[in-house]
Design a protein around this ligand. Structure first.
Ligand code: GDP
Length: 485
């Protein structure tokens, strides 16, 4: 009898295991955004919230935690061994160090897998098992890579023309002058010197870095040039736009030999489109179930009109990646799989709480300008203002007898070489300014100054406690809760 019971139990165990394996859920979550939009901080916080659930955390808007059906989450080996691992340990160590610091930002693609255990309550799983697993694959990749999508539709000539147009207008024109002057001296049909080509490509790349980090611009093409990932130094990244193409004879251009300047640039451009851009879409993008796009709208507001206008353009280029269905090319390239798309305005702890609603409104405007791009029937969309790692506290201060909202935090030391005038750890209390609730017009730029201050992470964080955050629970609710019922 005991033997029989044991057998029965064994069988039941096996059946449960089999059933739960059959019903186990799986989500591939992609995290993107332009450089410094907060991807690393976001993934670190998301993983931290899940693996430390119940440890001093407030995830009130995440149903599985709120309803007590969440059991535990742990890191497990990722799916693709050829993709670098997201370095959670290094990131959390930086944030929780004695002198806390922000983790190293995203350089390329990386992955991390979590296994989340929960008690199924309402789905069919409830009858089969009292514990189910949701496997969450998180992929981090630079938003710059999405900026390249429009290149797939363009010939080298078209792309050169468009890039040239940007480079001859403010705010890029001044900085581009000397590079363009060098190109003007080159005969595009003459046979090319690889050395010169390499040098010019380097100069073009340096220009892109300056556009991004000194001018605060967002439209950087090709996006890989500033975030090459594993392609750093590869000749496939050695090309640049050639402006004078419109002036050469169409036939001569078509027949330009492969070893001529323009022939070489053209073939590298084509190779780049195939081997880099299309390959990324095929190998990664097509596999994502859910996507979160992070946008830092505050830094461009701080940098001024041109920087903000460039963010608008970049957002519309990024959104093209989600515009399946409409255009023939994209629907042939991608069969839609993403069913949820979350847009987050990041670093919300940089403004006082009543500014969060305008932040969301502003981001909505950035997205909805491009509404026609996204097929709404297939994709559920949400917008939130978040702080993955909250670095300030908010309160009220008296100013000339009136109450004004303020935030308080510790200034981040300026990076070396950039006029290191700030003192690390200086505590400040400020009202950073108002966020416009729609795309800023001329009068906003005239009358408003937004004071974006970089803050250091709070100094009393520990590894096994949840990081302080704003609305990460709502992020989890939107992205995961429906898979955990
Ligand atoms: P990535 O390039 O998209 O990976 O960007 P990071 O995650 O490295 O973020 C860039 C910088 O933005 C960080 O070094 C922080 O200074 C800041 N940052 C990111 N997220 C937050 C946040 O939630 N709050 C605050 N105060 N700063 C943040």
């Amino acid at each position: 009898k005991r033997g029989l019971d044991k057998l029965k139990n064994n069988l039941k165990g096996k059946a449960n295991e089999l059933l739960s394996r059959t019903f186990d859920q799986h989500v591939t979550l992609a995290v993107t955004g332009l450089s410094r939009s907060g991807k690393t901080a976001f993934i670190t916080s998301l993983v931290n919230q899940l693996i430390n659930e119940g440890n001093g955390t407030k995830l009130s808007f995440f149903d599985p935690v709120h309803n007590g059906t969440f059991i535990a989450a742990k890191r497990v080996p990722q799916k693709h061994f050829h993709v670098p691992r997201f370095d959670y340990d290094a990131a959390i160590s930086a944030l929780t160090a004695e002198q806390p610091n922000w983790p190293e930002p995203t350089h390329g693609i990386s992955e991390l897998r979590l296994s989340i255990r929960y008690q199924p309550k309402s789905s069919i799983l409830k009858y089969a098992t009292d514990m189910a697993t949701l496997t969450l694959d998180i992929t981090d990749y630079p938003g710059e890579w999405l900026l390249d999508l429009p290149m797939l539709k363009q010939t080298y000539q078209q792309w050169s023309q468009q890039t040239y147009d940007l480079m001859t207008r403010a705010p890029r024109a001044e900085l581009s002058k000397s590079f363009l002057a060098k190109l003007a001296l080159i005969d595009p049909l003459a046979s090319a010197s690889e050395e010169l080509l390499g040098e010019l490509a380097q100069e073009y790349t340096a220009l892109l870095y300056t556009f991004r980090y000194d001018l605060g611009l967002s439209v950087i093409q090709p996006g890989r040039f500033i975030l090459p990932g594993e392609l750093a130094g590869a000749p496939i990244l050695e090309f640049f736009p050639f402006p004078a193409l419109a002036s050469i004879d169409g036939n001569a251009y078509q027949n330009a030999p492969d070893d001529s300047f323009v022939g070489m640039l053209r073939s590298r451009y084509l190779e780049y489109k195939e081997q880099v851009v299309r390959k990324f879409y095929r190998e990664h993008f097509l596999r994502f179930d859910r996507q979160i796009v992070l946008a830092d709208c505050l830094t461009p507001l701080n940098k001024g009109r041109e920087s903000f206008a460039d963010l608008e353009l970049a957002m519309s280029m990024i959104l093209q990646s989600y515009s399946y269905g409409k255009s023939g090319l994209f629907s042939r390239l991608f069969s839609p799989k993403i069913d949820k798309l979350l847009f987050c305005a990041t670093k919300a702890d940089h403004v006082t709480p009543e500014q969060h609603a305008p932040m969301v409104a502003l981001l909505n405007q950035l997205i909805h300008q491009n509404k026609h791009h996204i097929s709404y029937e297939a994709v559920q969309i949400k917008t939130l203002a978040i702080a993955a790692v909250k670095a300030t506290t908010s309160g009220v201060s008296k100013y000339k007898g009136a109450d004004i909202p303020v935030i308080q935090g510790q200034r981040l030391a300026q990076r070396e070489g950039k006029g290191a005038t700030e003192v690390f750890g200086q505590k400040i209390t400020v009202f950073p300014g108002a966020v416009p609730n729609q795309l800023p017009q001329e009068n906003y730029w005239r009358s408003n100054t937004f004071n974006f201050i970089a803050f250091a992470p709070l100094s009393d964080l520990t590894k096994h406690q949840c990081l302080p955050h704003i609305r990460m629970d709502q992020v989890l609710q939107f992205l995961l809760a429906d898979k955990m019922i």
